[in-house]
Unconditional design. Structure first.
Length: 92
């Protein structure tokens, strides 16, 4: 038996609120009314661009050529060995 859509009750409230706000001192402060009830679980979305953290730089791992693709198991220990073989000192 296939039920038609007319047999399902319509929801009284869809449960979605869009409330503007700002970050003040690392805390999201909501503006306007209505406000969600105390203790309500909320989701915050940010529509701007997130800049990468300052002070962190990407590293470049040296290219290891072999006769077969995927033949080198690049563990942290193996990468350290390769860097030692190339006499690559850390950049600081």
């Amino acid at each position: 038996m296939v039920a038609s859509l007319e047999t399902f009750p319509r929801p009284l409230d869809n449960g979605i609120m869009v409330i503007p706000g700002k970050v003040v001192g690392g805390v999201v402060v909501l503006e306007g009314d209505p406000k969600p009830p105390e203790g309500a679980a909320v989701t915050v979305s940010y529509e701007g661009h997130v800049a990468p953290p300052k002070g962190k730089k990407r590293i470049q791992v040296p290219l290891v050529t072999t006769g077969q693709p995927g033949s080198v198991n690049l563990t942290g220990e193996r990468i350290a060995e390769i860097l030692d073989e190339l006499d690559a000192s850390p950049r600081r």
